[in-house]
Design a protein around this ligand. Structure first.
Ligand SMILES: [Zn+2]
Length: 65
């Protein structure tokens, strides 16, 4: 008795990460330029921060003689 595992997996249903609509091939995975821009904006907003120097409480104290 052999169990045949279904290997035929349907391709992942791609969805626009912004609005979950089917994406446009040209703009995949986004459905529109607007969503693409929105995603970029979100990414920039949340993840991209200009790194400053060490925090205010750095491990090294430059004041020490
Ligand atoms: Zn979209």
């Amino acid at each position: 008795m052999s169990q045949i595992v279904e290997l035929k997996r349907k391709p992942r249903k791609a969805k626009c990460p912004i609005c979950a609509r089917p994406p446009l091939a040209a703009l995949a995975p986004f459905c529109s330029k607007r969503c693409k821009d929105e995603d970029l904006r979100r990414w920039l907003d949340g993840g991209y921060r200009i790194p400053t120097d060490e925090g205010p409480d750095g491990p090294e104290a430059p004041d020490v003689p």
